[in-house]
Structures are given as structure tokens and as C-alpha cells.
Design a protein around this ligand. Structure first.
Ligand SMILES: NC(=O)c1ccc[n+]([C@@H]2O[C@H](COP(=O)([O-])OP(=O)(O)OC[C@H]3O[C@@H](n4cnc5c(N)ncnc54)[C@H](O)[C@@H]3O)[C@@H](O)[C@H]2O)c1
Ligand SMILES: [Zn+2]
Length: 377
């Protein structure tokens, strides 16, 4: 019996993923077991682990290596590999190539683990290398900044910058695990410490009035680095991001709408315009405030919410202006870049109220100029 030939066959399929988030006080010391439990042994023996850390976290990575050696249940590859941190690490492919060479030399395979300790930028670059080596090596992220713990650590993206554009080369890849450790934040400068909470404000504005109000009330204590409030703010933000990614129905951003990028069209443009002098979190704070003002001009967002956002960001120690915002024409190029990055129609999320986002497809330039005008101190 000859087999019939289907000339058109569309078969939908789904792939199950597991997102594993853990919270610890000292994963490089007393809580190392939490990491060890994530490192599954394979049929061919103990888990093979490459530790990678950015230089600011050298001491933590050595402590962790010691603990893992003492534990003895995993096969650690040499000394921790140290790489630079900060946005520079994403501006060339140097670190990605260095990692690929190390992965090759150490004979890591798809069941091996890369445990990476660093800020969002370093984790993005290391994550990209882990995702493309053998089409994917298991990655465990130990985020060391507030931004990476509150947002990017649980993200399913990685990238480096190219052609002067943010995140132009990269992949979607779900990390094997993420461990938010309080002690890793201890050495962070105040500037970097403050900058992560703009993403918490962003996600609370999108999702939940009560969480937004709590952040506004807690902003000053967060700025004072009060550990109990800091842990709660990070957990609030991280869990909203995680819920959105795992339950929002579009983890790999196939659809036009990208609500978690609220405030990001201008932020992503501002970063290269400032030659990366501004931090991602600082740019996001400014971008969120711009889009809140625009939302009040165009979509009825209550002006008192705008003032609350302004006060909250200020109390968190975030800047509310950067000179690279002008001239405005340069900034507006960001809209087209944002559209290109997503593909399809321009789709930007604005707010009608707290917890009440709306997707729009065009920007009224005069109103946007007015919004940015209202930002200027
Ligand atoms: N993949 C995603 O889903 C996603 C989401 C949001 C942001 N991001 C990316 O994350 C990056 C920003 O990350 P970030 O805000 O963590 O900044 P960052 O990684 O640039 O770190 C800021 C500075 O702090 C230093 N540092 C990091 N941890 C430290 C510590 N514990 N002690 C002392 N110094 C430390 C770094 O070396 C750097 O100088 C951007 O490139 C952004 O595009 C990615
Ligand atoms: Zn962001």
C-alpha cells in the first residue's frame, strides 16, 4: 500500500520546562547544599561543574569552590574562571569566545553545569555562551546585583550587544536554576544597589496596586539597605517576573506585546546614547517615569500615581534625568529599534491605571515631547 503524501502538515507541539528558583542567605558557605541539590549526577558519574565569576565576586567564587570540594559530590573543573563584569562584557564577543574555548577544553557536555556568579550583564554573556555551546549546557545563575535578582536572573533570555544596539545577538534559553543569595549583594556599591529596584517598581505598576503601594512605603528603607525589606522587595519583583514568564503564555516573546518591557523603549536607547555610562536599572527608572507621564497625558493614568512613581524612584536613590535624553530626535529612534527587535507592528505597553496596562501601536510625538519636558528638573 503506497503511503499517502501530505503536502501540508502543521503539527503544534509543546516542550515542558522547569524553572527552579531558590533563595539563600549564604550559598557560598552554609547554604551550599541548596546548590548541590540542583546539580544532578548523571549515569556517567558526578555532575561536572564549571564555576564562572566576575572579578568582583572572586572571593565568593573561591569560597564556593572550597565548599564544593569539601562536599565532594560533584566534579569541579579547576579554579573558578574569572571574567570582567559590567556592560563592557556585553559590548564585544571576547568573553563569549573565552568561555566557548574553556567549555571545549574542559569537555563539558549538555549534562554538565556552568554555575555563574555575577551581575545581569555578565550573566547575559555567560548565558549566551552556555546556550550555544553544544546547543545548550545547563546554566545555574547566582545573580549578584539587585537588578539581576529582581529581574534578569529568572529571565529566559541572554544576549550581547552588537552594532551599537542592546541585546542584538542572543537566544531564548531557560536556566537550569537560579539562586538569589542575600550575601552576594553585600559588596555592591550603593549606585548599583539602588538601580535594580526600578524593575520592581515597573512590574508592580503593571501587576498589582498593593505591591506598588508597599514599594512606595518601603522605598526609603530599601535605600538604607535594610535586609528584611530588601529581601521582600526582591522576592516580590522576582516572583512577578517568574509568574509572567511561566504563566503568561508567551515566554519566548512570539507575540507583539511585551509588557515586561514597560518603560524600556527609551531605556534601551538611552543606554548606548550615554555610552553605557547610565546603568540599565537607572535608564529603566527614567523610562518608566516617562511612560507614566505619557500615560497620564494620553490614557488617563491618575497624575497622583505619576507623582508617587516620581517620589518612589527618588526615594530609592534613582536618578530622574539624564542629559542624553536630549536631543529628543535621537531618543525617538529608539521606537523604531524597539519595533525591529520585536518584529511586526510597533507595540508598546502603557498604563491606564496601576495593574491596568494597555498596548498601543503608535506614539503621539508631541505628547511624548511634552512628557519628557515634564521630566526635566
Ligand atoms: N536577560 C534578561 O532577561 C535581562 C533582563 C533585564 C536586564 N538585563 C541586562 O542586565 C544588565 C544589567 O545588569 P545589572 O544591573 O546587574 O548590572 P551589571 O551586571 O552591569 O553590574 C553593575 C556593576 O556592578 C558590578 N557588580 C556586580 N555584582 C557585584 C557585587 N556583588 N559586588 C560588587 N560589584 C558588583 C559589576 O561588575 C558592574 O560594574 C543589562 O545588560 C541588561 O540589558 C537582562
Ligand atoms: Zn530591564
Amino acid at each position: 500500500m503506497p503511503r499517502s503524501v501530505d503536502r501540508s502538515l502543521d503539527m503544534p507541539f509543546t516542550v515542558p520546562f522547569m524553572h527552579r528558583l531558590r533563595v539563600t542567605d549564604d550559598v557560598c558557605g552554609a547554604d551550599v547544599e541548596v546548590l548541590v541539590e540542583l546539580l544532578e549526577s548523571g549515569d556517567s558519574g558526578p555532575a561536572k561543574v564549571l564555576l564562572v565569576a566576575e572579578t568582583a565576586l572572586e572571593a565568593s567564587s573561591l569560597r564556593l569552590a572550597d565548599c564544593l570540594h569539601r562536599d565532594g559530590s560533584v566534579e569541579l573543573i579547576g579554579q573558578p574562571l574569572l571574567v570582567p563584569g559590567g556592560e563592557e562584557v556585553k559590548n564585544t564577543s571576547e568573553v563569549v569566545e573565552q568561555l566557548l574555548a574553556e567549555i571545549n577544553q574542559s569537555n563539558l557536555d549538555r549534562r554538565s553545569y556552568i554555575v555563574a556568579i555575577g551581575g545581569g550583564a555578565m550573566l547575559d554573556a555567560v548565558g549566551y555562551a552556555a546556550a550555544i555551546a553544544h546547543r545548550g549546557i545547563r546554566l545555574i545563575r547566582l545573580p549578584s546585583t539587585t537588578l539581576a535578582q529582581a529581574d534578569s536572573g529568572v529571565g529566559v533570555k541572554n544576549a550581547i550587544n552588537q552594532f551599537g544596539k542592546k541585546n542584538w545577538v542572543g537566544t531564548f534559553a531557560v536556566p537550569w536554576g537560579v539562586i538569589n543569595d542575600a550575601k552576594l549583594l553585600g559588596t555592591l556599591s550603593d549606585r548599583d544597589f539602588y538601580s535594580g529596584f526600578s524593575e520592581a517598581v515597573k512590574v508592580a505598576l503593571l501587576k498589582d496596586e498593593a505591591d506598588f503601594q508597599w514599594l512606595c512605603q518601603s522605598a526609603t528603607r530599601i535605600r538604607q539597605r535594610d535586609p528584611s525589606v530588601v529581601g521582600e522587595a526582591i522576592s516580590l519583583s522576582c516572583q512577578w517576573h517568574l509568574r509572567h514568564i511561566t504563566q503568561g503564555g508567551d515566554p519566548f516573546e512570539m507575540l507583539e506585546a511585551r509588557p515586561l518591557d514597560f518603560g524600556h523603549w527609551s531605556a534601551h536607547r538611552l543606554e548606548p546614547l550615554s555610552e553605557y555610562e547610565i546603568r540599565h536599572g537607572e535608564a529603566v527608572g527614567i523610562g518608566v517615569l516617562i511612560d507614566c507621564i505619557y500615560s497620564s497625558l494620553k490614557f488617563g493614568l491618575d497624575p497622583t500615581v505619576v507623582e508617587q512613581v516620581r517620589d518612589c524612584l527618588g526615594n530609592l536613590g534613582l536618578p530622574l534625568w539624564h542629559d542624553s535624553l536630549q536631543p529628543l530626535d535621537r531618543l525617538m529612534v529608539g521606537l523604531e529599534e524597539f519595533r525591529q527587535h520585536l518584529g511586526g507592528r510597533l507595540t508598546i505597553t502603557m498604563l491606564q491605571g496601576v495593574g491596568d496596562p494597555i498596548d498601543i501601536h503608535e506614539i503621539d510625538e508631541a505628547a511624548m515631547r511634552e512628557a519628557i519636558g515634564q521630566l526635566k528638573p
